[in-house]
Design a protein around this ligand. Structure first.
Ligand code: C5P
Length: 312
């Protein structure tokens, strides 16, 4: 009798920007305690998972040559973690994971985490698993601090390592311009640089996130622009001083505010509306301060199956 091979499953998953990123001191496990407000943006990766006798990972698109294949890829670790969790034992999961990247690699937008989240959602469907979203979120948290948010999307307050999430009310669609850099930055290096800067005198810390939550609820981009803040920005700029020029160029081009996204080096610019974002993007692209420019809006939903019941 022929075994029935399930059809491949494709999942679309968003990038994130941290509207507020408050970094506490280093913990004993090497992680830093965070208070962060994530927003999922319409800049996406697509991940297709398919049953295959030739297991492995394929990558195309943004930064394809710099994405690790095999065990070093968080999406592959996600496949192994889920297989173990549901007791699918064997050498390695008999799946092919095909990643089409739109999110910059090592760009501070959680692209690798997004691919891991998409792989979890895709394999849960491919293997027809009876698994709750909460269980997937637990597996996600083991894989990396940003993976649970890539599952849930929207706008959320993250605490702990960033993996403990509470949804945040956000009434408005906000419009962003993203400036990608030529070369990525390593997240551990940027956290390490912040520790070093703090040992040598304190770069000012972002304040409370409460006013930012009010701005999100009110939906006024001008109010939000004044409240964006990222403790990792000083560290990213210290490691990559040219980011100062990029940040200035976006604001000169008419953005309401600019910030380093997460650990960088991508810079995110909040704009008044969609037309303004298109305008800022066009101007920024002409300045030569970044490799490429994208427009995006947020919030958008988290990892979802393409063509699934609730994929809009
Ligand atoms: O959780 P994830 O593996 O994505 O984190 C990558 C690295 O970023 C960690 O190894 C750590 O160096 C740093 N990090 C941190 N504190 C956090 C999250 C990440 O120091 N809350």
């Amino acid at each position: 009798m022929l075994a029935v091979v399930p059809p491949p499953v494709t999942v679309r998953v968003p990038a994130k920007v941290n509207l507020h990123l408050g970094v506490g001191d280093a913990r004993d496990d090497g992680y830093h305690e965070l208070t962060t407000v994530f927003q999922a943006l319409s800049l996406v990766d697509e991940v297709t998972v398919a049953a295959s006798e030739e297991p492995g990972i394929e990558v195309s698109g943004e930064g394809e040559n710099t994405v690790p294949r095999g065990e070093a890829n968080l999406a592959w670790r996600a496949a192994n973690e889920l297989a173990n969790y549901v007791g699918r034992t064997g050498d390695e999961p008999k799946v092919r994971v095909v990643i089409r990247k739109g999110i910059p690699v090592a760009g501070g937008m959680a692209g690798g985490s997004a691919d891991a989240a998409a792989t979890l959602v895709g394999l849960a469907a491919l293997w027809d698993l009876d698994i709750a979203r909460d269980e997937l979120a637990e597996i996600a948290a083991k894989l990396g601090s940003d993976v649970p948010f890539a599952l849930s999307g929207g706008t959320a307050l993250g605490t702990g390592r960033g993996e403990e999430l509470v949804p945040v009310l956000c009434r408005h669609t906000f419009h962003w311009v993203l400036a990608f850099a030529t070369k990525g930055l390593s997240t551990p290096r940027v956290f390490g640089e912040l520790d070093r800067l703090r040992d040598n005198g304190e770069p000012p810390r972002v304040g409370s996130h409460a006013p930012l939550l009010e701005a999100l609820a009110s939906g006024d981009p001008r109010q939000l622009a004044m409240l964006l803040g990222n403790d990792l920005q000083a560290a990213a700029v210290s490691l990559r001083p040219s980011l100062r020029r990029t940040l200035r160029a976006g604001v000169d081009a008419g953005a309401l505010a600019g910030m380093v996204s997460g650990s960088g080096p991508t810079c995110a610019f909040l704009c008044e509306d969609e037309d303004a974002a298109v305008d800022v993007a066009a101007q920024l692209a002409g300045t030569g301060v970044c490799r490429t420019v994208r427009v995006a809006h947020g919030p958008v939903h988290g990892a979802r199956i393409v063509g699934g019941e609730d994929s809009t």
